[in-house]
Design a protein around this ligand. Structure first.
Ligand code: NAP
Length: 290
């Protein structure tokens, strides 16, 4: 059974180890990544701390700016402008979600696309759609592509079904894997909450990628035998009065039927952080070459 489980944690550790070696040749703390945290959401704080720890481990200098949850859009834009102009900062990450009074688009659009290591700026997303490679790919879809590559999972000529069409996972993932390029060329069906009869499509998937945020939604009768399952979902549920994190896929229920599957936690999640670091490294190298 263990050989069915794709160890995203191990793959991400390998990527980080490779990055650490490359960064040690540049010099410690030459690459800078700025984090902006708005408000006091404890989960967001934990995510930022986790990412800062990874920065420290591989020799990236992190900068941290915490703003009150009542901060105005204009104040955020002033801070962003400073970071955009700061030569020590190669990447800017604004931890989502933002407080409801802040227009997320206005903030994302104000990040210098050359420092947009999350890959959410429309310039990067537009270029992604055009198949350009010299961009920042959004970290989670990028992580999924690399995970498939490192597991030697061919996607050309395969039928992929992506569940979820969000701007941060489903849509960019579609645009990455559909390109007429080596390692891509998938045939893709995209599903969303308005899709009628989800099962009709998921049972046809050679590779099923779920990013809907619905705990344990995918059951054994919804998948094709010997398919590969990539579970992006991160959902907190209560089990015997204890909270735990599960994916969109009912892991235990499908395990016998699948060829390979990513666990939650320990699958796609760690890849997302590794790709953030990869994007920071790329940003630094790109700036050097200009
Ligand atoms: P999102 O913005 O809420 O989008 C969810 C998507 O799923 C939407 O397109 C929605 O359809 C679709 N959907 C919802 N319920 C559905 C159903 N019953 N059947 C079919 N489609 C359905 O979520 P997100 O930000 O993409 O995140 C999705 C999940 O991935 C969450 O659990 C999140 O925590 C996790 N995530 C994990 C990572 C990671 O690093 N592992 C990174 C990002 C997100 P509509 O468009 O019609 O509403």
């Amino acid at each position: 059974m263990m050989d069915k489980i794709i160890d995203g944690k191990k793959i991400s550790e390998n990527i980080l180890e490779e990055l650490k070696k490359k960064i040690s040749k540049i010099g410690q703390n030459k690459i800078g990544l700025a984090f902006i945290l708005i408000g006091d959401n404890p989960a967001s704080k934990t995510y930022v701390k986790m990412k800062q720890r990874v920065c420290k481990n591989i020799g990236i200098q992190s900068y941290y700016l915490e703003l009150e949850k009542t901060v105005s859009e204009d104040e955020i834009l002033i801070e962003l402008d400073k970071l955009n102009k700061n030569n020590n900062v190669h990447g800017i990450l604004i931890q989502m979600p933002l407080p409801p009074h802040i227009n997320e688009k206005r903030i994302i659009y104000a990040i210098d696309p050359k420092k947009d290591v999350d890959g959410f700026h429309p310039i990067n997303l537009g270029k992604l759609m055009l198949g350009e490679q010299d961009i920042f790919f959004p970290c989670t879809p990028y992580g999924i592509k690399i995970l498939l590559e490192r597991e030697n999972i061919e996607i050309e000529k395969k039928h992929l079904v992506i569940l979820g069409r969000s701007n941060i996972v489903g849509k960019p993932l579609f645009n990455i894997l559909i390109q007429n390029q080596k390692g891509c060329n998938a045939t893709i069906t995209m599903l969303h909450s308005k899709t009628d009869n989800i099962k009709k499509y998921t049972t046809l998937a050679d590779i099923l990628i779920s990013a809907i945020g619905k705990p344990l939604f995918i059951k054994e009768d919804m998948i094709k035998k010997d398919s590969i399952i990539i579970d992006v979902g991160i959902n907190r549920i209560w089990d015997n009065e204890k909270s735990k994190i599960v994916g969109d896929v009912d892991f235990e229920n499908v395990l016998n039927k699948v060829k390979k599957i990513t666990p939650v936690p320990g699958g796609v999640g760690p890849m997302t952080i590794a790709m953030l670091m990869e994007n920071c490294y790329k940003s630094f190298i790109k700036k050097l070459s200009l």
